[in-house]
Design a protein around this ligand. Structure first.
Ligand code: A2P
Length: 274
């Protein structure tokens, strides 16, 4: 079983460099992912699978202390009191006493309540119910507002990031602010880029798959990928990304595949889940 290296966040929480993306996954996949070696599970209230994840955590032989469990505020519930309530609902569904990483799922600019959500998360961390707090889909302006109004820098910004949308400017901003970037849809949700000739040539050079090349590119650029898979063999393959190094030229070639388009057009400045 692959031992996954860890990264230390700005609040000193250590997290595995690769996590398991849980959207649309259920208990059998969680148990298989634990067996494959995953220790970070990226869940969300909005995925509707916290209870299934909680059952897998309870059923597994892996000690709770070795796991990093992430969940996220349900976007319509942004706001101070509503976040505190949403968090209690998450804890209950997961059947846990604490969550390792709690993230704002979407800024939802039309609501303009993400600063209040953030204040509730600061309280949850102070109360010892959450070990680390972060955000998803935040732009440089949203990050700066959070920091200016509360003085608390998120530990993580989880954003769409893959070869067709490398999101380089946001990644650079995160790094400048001391925020670790996690990549959602790192494999483009199984997008056609996995058969791209450039990626194929690089993969052939290293004796790997194109998916492994993409995950390795993210890691070498300091981002933490959250690949999803229902297949135990691909789950393992996606953790086996620490035994080869891409060259700087290869990393740049991968970034050259940028289409400038998000897979589903989910621009955080215009997307609102209400
Ligand atoms: P499967 O579940 O059959 O493995 P993302 O992580 O970007 O959301 O992408 C998930 C999609 O990528 C799923 O359709 C998954 O299919 C597929 N996938 C996951 N790992 C690999 C891999 N190593 N090679 C090819 N496809 C993969």
């Amino acid at each position: 079983m692959t031992k996954i290296p860890t990264i230390t966040l700005n609040d000193s929480l250590e997290v595995p460099a690769v996590g398991y993306g849980t959207w649309a996954m259920k208990r059998p996949q969680f148990l298989q992912a634990l067996a494959a070696g995953y220790r970070l599970f990226d869940s969300a209230r909005g995925y509707g699978n916290e209870a299934e994840l909680g059952q897998a955590i309870a059923q597994s032989d892996v000690p709770r202390a070795e796991m990093i469990i992430t969940t996220k505020v349900h976007p319509p519930n942004n706001g101070y009191e509503s976040t505190l309530q949403d968090f209690q609902a998450s804890l209950k569904a997961l059947d846990l006493e604490y969550v390792d990483l709690y993230l704002i799922h979407w800024p939802n600019p039309a609501q303009d309540r993400y600063v209040e959500t953030w204040r509730a998360m600061i309280k949850l961390q102070a109360d010892g119910l959450v070990r680390s707090i972060g955000v998803c889909n935040f732009t440089p302006a949203y990050l700066r507002r959070l920091i200016d109004e509360t003085g608390v820098v998120p530990s993580i910004n989880q954003i769409e990031r893959h070869p067709w949308f490398p999101n380089l400017a946001q990644t650079a901003c995160d790094a400048q602010l001391g925020i670790v970037t996690q990549a959602w849809s790192p494999l483009g949700s199984g997008a056609a880029f996995l058969t791209d000739p450039t990626l194929r040539a690089i993969a052939q050079q290293h004796g790997t798959t194109t998916a492994q090349v993409v995950l390795r590119w993210l890691l070498q650029r300091g981002s933490l990928p959250l690949p999803r898979s229902q297949d135990p063999w691909r789950m393992r393959q996606n953790l086996d990304v620490f035994a080869f190094d891409l060259t700087e030229a290869e990393l740049t070639q991968i970034e050259g595949l940028d289409t400038g388009r998000r897979l589903e057009g989910q621009d955080p400045e215009t997307t609102n889940y209400l």
